[in-house]
Design a protein around this ligand. Structure first.
Ligand code: MIC
Ligand code: SF4
Length: 644
């Protein structure tokens, strides 16, 4: 039996387990990336592990999220990351060099290699044929130290692309179509592989747009083959030597096959407030818009912005629309500046931002009250933009630009004949904003620069014999990590200050939650299905840990968050019968008797609802290894135990 692309890479990196679906597999990790919002914590964890120098082939620390410096906090954290990177063998991508995923694709990604990143959109690297996965900061720290990264062996899904995209229809519309069909939980436990004659018509940045938003499907990762298109891209980045061919075997077996005819697609949009709430731009109609934001790791490549510039050239943005544009990398920015496209964007009235995540994570450009905002980003969760009642739609750069001119939602196909922007034969290469680490013989001399914003991270305790606590919060389906631990310009600077962050935990759902936790001292959270979807931020586990949460009981979990809970020593449990969710109310007195033994012996877990006098069967969502680390009180304790 032949292998899929992902199975080939997994096979070549297998350190433990076997490739049967549902088995725990430990993978050797070739490359890691961090960004600043998760990186400060990841490097504190790396330090706690006591490994002098990273053991990966390439580790890169990017600064791209916390770039709005309204106080000392972000600047201090940047200096901390820069110094720690220098000391421990990590390349440092300075603020201004661009968004981690875009820069990594351009300058570091290598087909056939494994990459984990402390950011959920790390699968962007699948566009270049890497097995690239989002992970919690602690998992990235372990991988930097040479440890395996563990995943549950996923099912394989093949998306067969036929035909070719019509004028004004773009890669964003492809992934929106996949989201429409599969939903935000349709990818959980799966790797999505793209192939077919249609795949060959897509450039690497277009492929990367598609694999990037595979995160919104909940997929473990998404991947394209490494073919002649990949080779041409690497050649244009002066990295042809990094290319290897990589295809699925013709007799590879997939658990699911989906066919998409690219030529049949139309411009689409994800409507408020979920990336899978997809409608055609025509069906949405000509509603009035207030803001357009172009950029993010999904759609800020050279090709994307050249198309936008061509649409805006010699025109003026509608007077009622604020248009902002953030190029994805210094490479893209410089090329636009040199060929005059930047001048076209400025002349049309675009507000040009620095090359960073910016509005995507609420770092500025929050829309007006109730404002309708069209964004080329990947997430439109409620409140994420920084304006609680904003209506955020996710669209392609073409739809965004056409709408910015018209002032209403506009199908770019109305603009007439299409524009053909060729892929450059050579990109502009200048890595002067990537600082290499100190040579081994000088690393001891590097001083770590720690600002006052860095506070201790919470210590977890070994799993107790019995958990007895109240259901301090009950929430519904599709709760995102943006609900659990909101981001945005006001809170993000405190990512290395868990006590301060804890004041905002679940603020979107229930502002009283932190106070309730403090009063009770311990608690359990009850969730619906796909609990913890979205980002990789381990703060969505560390902050509840700090507030005394000992277990989360849900209908189902998103992959990265579930792993982060176990890493933090919080017990993730699912209902054996989903209907039992209805049998628990907020503030019910709950008990998990003899839980330590049940987890250690892989036995039955019974929840006693003492308020209702009922018993509810639960299943822990833990692999054999995760059982051990939850018993130990989290991955850090477990790693320390293993090393002593
Ligand atoms: C996001 O897009 O939500 C983020 C901000 O990039 C997060 C990481 C974080 O919260 O720092 C992610 O996607 O993992
Ligand atoms: Fe940055 Fe947005 Fe991409 Fe997250 S999704 S890495 S915030 S650009």
């Amino acid at each position: 039996m032949g292998y899929t692309i992902a199975q080939k890479i997994i096979q070549a990196h297998l350190l433990s387990g076997n490739m049967a679906v549902g088995e725990d597999v430990g993978l050797k990790i070739d490359q890691t990336l961090t960004q600043d919002a998760t990186g400060t914590m990841a490097y504190l964890e790396f330090e706690a592990m006591g490994v002098p120098r990273v053991k990966t082939e390439r580790s890169v620390a990017y600064i791209d999220h916390n770039t709005l410096q309204t106080g000392f906090e972000n600047a201090d954290d940047h200096r901390f990351i820069q110094s720690i990177a220098k000391k421990h063998g990590i390349y440092f991508s300075r603020p201004g060099n661009g968004i981690c995923h875009q820069v990594h694709l351009e300058r570091f990604g290598i087909p056939g290699k494994t990459l984990i990143g402390s950011d959920s959109h790390t699968p962007t690297g699948g566009g270049i044929g890497m097995l690239a996965m989002g992970a919690g900061g602690l998992d990235v720290a372990v991988a930097m130290g040479g440890g395996a990264y563990h995943i549950t062996m996923p099912k394989m899904v093949r998306i067969n692309l036929t035909g070719r995209l019509s004028d004004w229809v773009s890669a964003k519309d492809v992934i929106l179509e996949v989201l429409r069909r599969m939903t935000v939980k349709g990818g959980v436990g799966k790797i999505i592989e793209y192939g077919g004659e249609g795949a060959a018509t897509l450039s690497v940045p277009e492929r990367a747009t598609i694999t990037n938003m595979g995160a919104e499907l909940g997929a473990t990762t998404s991947i394209f083959p490494s073919d002649e298109v990949t080779k041409a891209f690497l050649k244009a980045q002066c990295r042809e030597a990094d290319w290897i061919p990589l295809q699925a075997d013709p007799d590879a077996v997939y658990d699911e096959v989906i066919d998409i005819d690219l030529s049949a697609l139309k411009p689409l949009a994800a409507c408020p407030h979920m990336p899978d709430n997809v409608k055609s731009v025509d069906d949405i109609g000509k509603i009035k818009i207030d803001q357009v934001c172009i950029g993010s790791c999904t759609n800020s490549s050279y090709l994307d912005l050249m198309r936008v510039a061509a649409i805006l050239k010699d025109k003026t943005v509608h007077p009622d629309v604020s248009l902002s544009i953030a190029p994805g990398s210094k490479q893209v920015y410089t090329m636009l500046a040199e060929n005059g496209a930047l001048a076209d964007l400025i002349a049309a009235g675009a507000r040009i931002l620095e090359s960073a995540c910016g509005p995507c994570i609420g770092m500025g450009q929050s829309p007006n009250s109730g404002g309708v905002s069209l964004r080329t980003f990947n997430r439109n969760f409620e409140g994420r933009s920084g304006t609680a009642d904003a209506q955020v739609y996710l669209v392609s750069p073409e739809t965004a630009a056409a709408s910015a001119l018209a002032g209403v939602f506009t199908n770019p196909q109305e603009l007439g004949s299409g524009i053909a922007i060729p892929m450059p034969e050579t990109f502009l290469i200048n890595d002067n904003m990537v600082v290499p680490p100190a040579p081994v013989e000088e690393m001891d001399k590097v001083e770590i620069l720690r600002g006052p914003n860095i506070k201790e991270f919470p210590q977890s305790q070994p799993l107790p014999e019995t958990i007895a606590a109240k259901a301090l919060l009950k929430v519904g389906d599709n709760i995102t990590t943006d609900h659990i631990m909101p981001a945005g310009a006001k809170i993000l600077p405190y990512r290395s200050n868990i006590p301060y962050l804890s004041n905002f935990c679940f603020a979107v759902c229930d502002e009283e939650f932190p106070a309730r936790c403090r009063k009770e001292g311990k608690g359990i959270v009850i969730g619906g299905s796909n609990y913890g979807q979205g980002s990789s931020r381990e703060h969505a586990a560390l902050v509840p840990l700090y507030l005394g949460i000992q277990a989360v009981i849900a209908k189902s979990f998103a992959r990265i968050h579930c792993a982060n809970l176990a890493n933090a020593g919080i017990l993730p449990l699912v209902f054996v019968n989903e209907a039992d969710y209805d049998g628990i109310d907020q503030m019910d007195e709950l008990e998990l008797p003899d839980i330590r033994r049940a987890i250690a012996e892989n036995g039955k877990v019974i929840l006693k609802n003492k308020t209702k006098g009922t018993e509810i069967p639960l299943d822990p969502v833990l692999t054999g290894r995760q059982r051990e680390l939850v018993l130990a009180g989290g991955l850090l304790n477990y790693t320390r135990e293993q090393n002593t």
